[in-house]
Design a protein around this ligand. Structure first.
Ligand code: ASP
Length: 301
């Protein structure tokens, strides 16, 4: 597989191989340098902390190097009017692979059409975030020991949150998982994803009561309300704070279950939940490095 563009590319045997490789990367000796001499470019037109730094950390741990622009919207030639196609044609001459995030859905596919080197989609506006979905499913596999027969509760901004969109699509590669969507009315999961789940036989339903949903959960995947995608501050404030996971909510969660969050968190998980062993979100963020190491090995060969 050359480019990592969308979750639709991934099938179960490939996922199992990737997870085994991520486990191997977790234990990779610091002096092993399978990508020595290779260069990764990270080109981000939208803010990021974890995705960009974990891609860069992954490449450096593999013995490779990184060139980067963290605010490509302002600090690259985009501000002078250069097209994504021109920028990427050029960057593909400077690097062996490119991790790219863009605010417009579809921009990454345009970059792929002109790039000579592998491109990894690091977030595509409100579209997809496939490497996040991979690290999310890997986290479930690593924490719970299985990816089949699970109840997965997705909470928060399911309309604009690209991580829950991508993870829902990826769950088609599991068997007998059920999804419960818990979201304020204005940001319910969109029909396109629901339609794809229906067509592939993944059971889902919507639930308004977060505590009731948590009672039957194996995984609760909380998300941030995506303020930057709302038309006005008032629209954002109308939904913010509807579903908060706090110590009281945690009393409804089974002991074997975990709380995940792609981060950054605003106020949707209270900080007093962090010390609960079921709070897996910081471990999830760390898994991003191992999964991205495995992906870089895959695309760079
Ligand atoms: N970091 C995730 C993303 O880039 C989630 C978020 O921003 O809320 O989509």
């Amino acid at each position: 597989m050359k480019h990592i563009l969308a979750v639709d590319q991934f099938e179960r045997p490939w996922l199992e191989g990737l997870f085994a490789e991520a486990d191997r990367m977790r234990a990779l000796p610091r002096d092993a340098a399978p990508q020595r001499g290779k260069i990764l470019a990270t080109i981000f037109y939208e803010p990021s902390t974890r995705t960009r730094l974990s891609f860069e950390s992954a490449m450096i741990r593999l013995g490779g190097n990184v060139v980067s622009t963290e605010n490509a919207r302002e600090f690259s030639s985009a501000i002078k009017g250069e097209t994504v196609e021109d920028t990427m044609r050029m960057v593909s001459g400077y690097a062996d692979a490119i991790a790219m995030r863009h605010h417009e859905e579809g921009a990454i596919a345009r970059a792929v059409s002109v790039s000579d080197v592998p491109i990894l989609n690091a977030g595509d506006g409100p579209g997809e975030h496939p490497t996040q979905a991979l690290l999310d499913l890997y986290t479930i596999h690593h924490e719970i020991g299985q990816i089949d027969d699970l109840n997965i509760v997705m909470v928060g901004d399911l309309k604009y949150g690209r991580t829950v969109r991508s993870l829902s699509l990826l769950l088609r590669q599991t068997n007998n998982c059920k999804i419960t969507f818990v979201a304020p009315d204005a940001v319910r999961m969109r029909d396109d994803i629901k339609g794809v789940l229906d067509a592939s036989g993944v059971l889902w339903h919507e639930e308004a009561d977060l505590h009731a949903a948590m009672e039957g959960a194996d995984v609760v995947y909380q998300t941030r309300i995506q303020k930057e995608r709302f038309a006005s501050e008032a629209d954002y404030l109308a939904v913010k704070g509807t579903y908060v996971i706090d110590a009281e909510a945690m009393t409804h969660l089974p002991q074997h279950a975990i709380i995940m969050h792609p981060l950054p968190r605003v106020d949707e998980i209270a900080v007093d939940v962090d010390d609960d062993p079921r709070a897996a979100y910081f471990r999830q963020a760390r898994n991003g490095v191992y999964v991205r190491m495995a992906l870089l090995n895959q695309v760079l060969g």
